[in-house]
Write a new protein. Structure first.
Length: 58
């Protein structure tokens, strides 16, 4: 699966994957062979930040 380019769709896809399959953003990034910082930056553009405690973007 490729991650969506649209930030809102990316938010939904990433949070779903984190909830259902990955214990951390780093594990998700490793599985998709992408830089976790790239996801963080794209979602920061729509005012979402990664919360390690809940393992989701809020």
């Amino acid at each position: 699966m490729n991650l969506p380019k649209d930030p809102v769709m990316l938010l939904s896809a990433v949070n779903m994957q984190l909830r259902d399959h990955y214990p951390s953003l780093d594990e998700l990034a490793k599985a998709y062979m992408i830089d976790a910082q790239e996801i963080v930056e794209k979602l920061a553009a729509i005012n979402y930040v990664y919360d390690e405690k809940t393992n989701q973007f809020r």
